[in-house]
Design a protein around this ligand. Structure first.
Ligand code: NAD
Length: 240
């Protein structure tokens, strides 16, 4: 089994700014201050505006999957063993490239969720907090299906099981600054498993990886996938 973790860097060449490249779209504010549950209580309109801007960015005409997203979809379809794709991204570019199973640990920008019953639905318009839940009919109950910075990420049970079983862990386009995702490499490395970083530049976690390749995701990810599919990047333990 291979576990792939992707971050904002894989979508940079698709036209979406990274976390560190915050400018314009993400408002002139620190993301941690705009996207927290305390901000949601204090100034909900600001958090909704921020999430609306992210949704609009994902839907803007020039934004489309790049060769890195397509290569990972091909890896999932053609690899001999299971490939678990975990993303910190809230965009839908992995799905648009053809990936069928994606664990969006930080939620999805194009979905809304009922605060009352937890119902999740596709949502492409602006959200204002005044919308009722179509399932349980609770009034003013819909919120963005995005994990705010002080909330528990999604799919942690599935992700921990995959980290326990994998024979290769690959981190792509993530700076290693957001936990718990930034801690996955150390958990896997403690079992002696190969850990690979693919990034534009060394991340904060560089020392925890057994190998690293640097360059734009659209170039280095397809090369990595070709190597795996031709048997040159076999995991060193666990089941393939
Ligand atoms: P980050 O912004 O902290 O780090 C991005 C990393 O990508 C950096 O290490 C940078 O060197 C690298 N990078 C930049 N351009 C690259 C390229 N062309 N090819 C390869 N690597 C490249 O991102 P993060 O670690 O994912 O953490 C940011 C948080 O913000 C996450 O929670 C994420 O969900 C969220 N976010 C999501 C999106 C999105 O959905 N597309 C965009 C911005 C932020």
């Amino acid at each position: 089994m291979i576990v792939i973790l992707t971050g904002a860097g894989i979508s940079r060449e698709s036209g979406l700014p990274t976390f560190r490249g915050v400018d314009g779209l993400w408002e002139k504010a620190r993301i941690e201050e705009v996207a927290t549950s305390s901000a949601l209580r204090r100034d909900p309109a600001r958090v909704y505006r921020f999430c609306n801007a992210m949704r609009a960015a994902i839907l803007s005409p020039g934004v489309a999957p790049n060769p890195a997203h397509y290569a990972l979809a091909r890896l999932q379809a053609e690899a001999a063993g299971e490939v678990v794709l975990v993303t910190q991204n809230i965009d839908d570019l992995h799905e648009r490239a053809g990936s069928e199973e994606v664990l969006h640990m930080h939620g999805e920008g194009l979905k809304a969720r009922c605060r009352r019953c937890g119902f999740v639905l596709c949502w492409e318009k602006d959200l204002f907090g005044s919308e009722d839940c179509p399932e349980c009919k609770a009034r003013k109950a819909l919120r963005p299906h995005i994990v705010l910075f002080d909330e528990e990420p999604l799919y942690m049970g599935e992700i921990r099981r995959a980290l326990d079983l994998c024979g290769l862990f690959v981190s792509i386009g993530t700076s290693g600054s957001v936990y718990p995702a930034a801690g996955f490499v150390s958990l896997v490395r403690a079992r002696g498993v190969r850990t690979l970083e693919l990034n534009l530049e060394p991340s904060l976690n560089r020392g925890a990886f057994s190998e690293a390749f640097y360059g734009p995701a659209s170039e280095i990810v397809p090369k990595f996938v070709n190597r795996v599919l031709s048997g040159k990047h076999a995991p060193n333990s666990g089941k393939v």
